[in-house]
Design a protein around this ligand. Structure first.
Ligand SMILES: *Cc1c(COP(=O)(O)O)cnc(C)c1O
Length: 377
């Protein structure tokens, strides 16, 4: 739903994200990028794709970027590149979008879930060691909502047990941990350019990045049918198309400004919602920057709050309705709430408020006011 104001000026409708507002702010650049691709018929494997890969690698500060069709494929391709074998166990967080875990299964491995830290919605490193067995091969931390997972202890455990680490950076492009950008700390890292992500294409898109040139070369080969002309291996078809690449190149220079704008919205929410005992605003751990893909609060009366906000014309989301182990897709593990108490509590309390760079002050205030009104009534 688009934002709008009634004639009385009272009924402000606030969407969860507003991709149209973003398009209008960079319309000429995006239109020119699309036109250029069409004029050259540069739809697949064109210079637009290699240009974006280079620009994105430079922006992250990493050696190689292999673009692909979406962020889910990026994880799958990285897992294949790391030679996941049947029976291999991969430890990942109980709180993420299902891409993080479904790809482990698709690539032939076994998912092992780990609970989250009580404050940051990211994997709790203190619980990883107890999940390690002789079959564990890697860890996939997710920088959920736009805040980095606690990477130092994760990397320490990985190095002690000779495990690889894939950072799932889908929600956290440009976030930092102790001065390092997410995507540069693990063995490999994956990004999604789904339209609603902080750097979004106009369709599905994604990439993986790594400093390991042999891994990058294998993943590139695998994602492109095992090589053009001379097929060295059997691969898959997972490509970033030229139109999406050109759109992403047009948008990338704006990402810094958009990130600052998101952080400003979050800071304003923090200011306005502070002091409300019924609501917990997101906590930013020391030494981390948060890029606020999501502004996820916790409220004990969450469902009623969501309905109240909906009545006020405010769209919110629950990211996600259940922690991963509790979806029917994982009923085979027979997990109980006691296995992941933090993630289980969060699935009942979390609510994501609207956040996007184009949100104006009046809109932020309207959301905060409606939220406070509910919790104090
Ligand atoms: C969006 C997302 C993905 C997958 O991205 P797609 O491009 O939609 O396939 C993976 N992990 C997380 C945490 C995400 O939010």
């Amino acid at each position: 739903m688009r934002e709008g104001m009634s004639e009385s000026g009272r009924a402000l409708t606030i969407p969860f994200v507003d991709l149209h507002a973003q398009y209008l702010s960079i319309r000429e650049e995006v239109d020119a990028a699309i036109r250029a691709v069409i004029l050259e018929s540069g739809f697949v494997r064109s210079r637009f794709v290699t240009a974006f890969e280079q620009e994105f690698a430079d922006a992250i500060g990493i050696g190689h970027c292999v673009s692909c069709a979406n962020g889910t494929d990026a994880i799958y391709i990285a897992l294949k590149g790391l030679k996941l074998q049947p029976g291999d166990e991969v430890i990942t967080t109980a709180h993420s979008w299902i891409s993080t875990s479904e790809t482990i299964t698709q690539a032939g491995g076994t998912v092992v879930f780990c609970d989250t830290d009580p404050e940051t919605f990211t994997i709790d490193p203190s619980q990883i060691a107890s999940k390690i067995t002789s079959r564990t091969v890697g860890i996939i931390p997710v920088h959920l909502c736009g805040q980095a997972a606690d990477m130092d202890p994760i990397l320490a455990i990985a190095s002690k047990h000779k495990l690889w680490v894939i950072e799932d950076c889908a929600q956290a492009v440009m976030a930092q941990y102790k001065g390092k950008r997410v995507g540069t700390m693990g063995t490999a890292a994956t990004f999604s350019f789904y339209p609603g992500k902080n750097l979004g294409a106009m369709g599905d898109a994604g990439c993986l990045v790594t400093n390991d040139s042999a891994l990058a070369a294998w993943c590139e080969l695998y994602a492109r049918h095992g090589g053009k002309g001379e097929h060295q291996i059997e691969g898959i078809n997972s490509r970033l198309d030229g139109l999406q690449a050109a759109i992403l190149s047009a948008k990338l220079p704006h990402l810094g400004g958009w990130t600052t704008a998101r952080q400003r919205v979050a800071a304003r929410y923090d200011e306005l919602l502070v002091g409300s005992r019924a609501i917990r605003t997101p906590r930013i751990a020391p030494d981390r920057t948060h890029v606020f893909h999501l502004y996820m609060i916790r409220a004990s009366n969450r469902d009623a709050l969501q309905q109240h906000l909906a009545r006020k014309g405010i769209s919110t989301m629950i990211n996600y309705s259940r922690a991963l182990p509790f979806y029917p897709a994982y009923s085979r593990f027979r997990h109980t709430p006691d296995d992941f108490p933090v993630a289980f509590r969060n699935q009942q309390e979390i609510l994501s408020l609207p956040i996007y760079p184009e949100m104006r002050d009046a809109m932020i205030e309207h959301v905060a006011r409606a939220t406070l009104e509910f919790v104090t009534q």
